[in-house]
Design a protein around this ligand. Sequence first.
Ligand code: BLA
Length: 311
Amino acid sequence: NPPVLISTSPKKINFTLRRRSKSFLYRVSAVFYKEFAESALEETRKRIVLEPSHLQEKYSSMTGLDGKTELQMLAFKSSKIRLLRSMVIENETMQVFDFAGFMEPEYDTPIFCANFFTSANVNIVVLDLNPLHQLTDRTDYQDKYYNKIMSIYHKYAETFPWGGKLTGESIKFFSPLVMWTRFSSSQEKHKALFSAFLEYYQAWLEMTIQVREEMEPSQVIANCEAQHKYLTWRAQKDPGHGLLRRLVGEAKAKEMLRDFLFNGVDELGTKTFIDYFPEYQTEDGTVNDKRSIIGKSYETRPWDLTGQFIS
Ligand code: BLA
């Protein structure tokens, strides 16, 4: 509006512009992960009975060491789902969403995995139904859970392209359905992310409803060990650890990782990280601090359009 600009001092114009661009930035980057969690839980309650998990008493909400960061934790279970838990972290500059679902060992359903990290302008996203069993040596598992729903991946592939090189070890925890992407914030992208999240979640929820209890004891043991290996990896090497340590301190971060986020790591098995991942053993027998032995790999998506691993 030119007349207003003419009658306003340069200082004031500057101030107005700064405020405008700040509120503009804020508006385009706002993403509300608590609503993601609430929507998923609402969908769940339409289909199955959710009970509070014993973890909810111990973990609900807390404030970070900076006095400004809020952490919100939710935890549920059902007759088949051992743990359905959510963590949302929010402060003025970033938001984190970590939502996961783990089955009881009698079921071989994949692990639901949504890990979204949003800072001023960048979003780092992993959304997947992580396979419980290695797909490269279990084509029956890929058939059972993934081949029929690859269209969900294709629907979002253009909006959320492959995020580039990542820790090489991570790829074996991902399925051909995985959405691994980085993007700068916009309302459209956050809206699409919300849709993708709910669609992946619905697919997982449906699997948990359809799955039949495993009657073969050896298979239950195999499911239990596979879940334990997954939890052991993530409790030790997840990329979010550094940030969590800075936010809540070393001791609290460790407790949250082992008891809340990757609960089961101390109960579902007795094997150690080195037992599962011996390549991380150092000369004195301790676990190598490095996040990765392989290093960053997979510049492009290592699955073809049908979901076959092509490396
Ligand atoms: C980055 N998070 C990443 C990356 C991946 C994941 C692949 C890219 C860096 C890399 O190549 O390792 C996510 N990796 C996963 C997931 C699995 C895996 C889900 O192997 C499952 C098997 N992210 C969180 C939480 C925080 C977080 C809770 O999930 C913070 C509390 C932060 N993730 C975070 C940050 C980065 C990141 C800050 C960028 C820093 C980095 O690249 O190391």
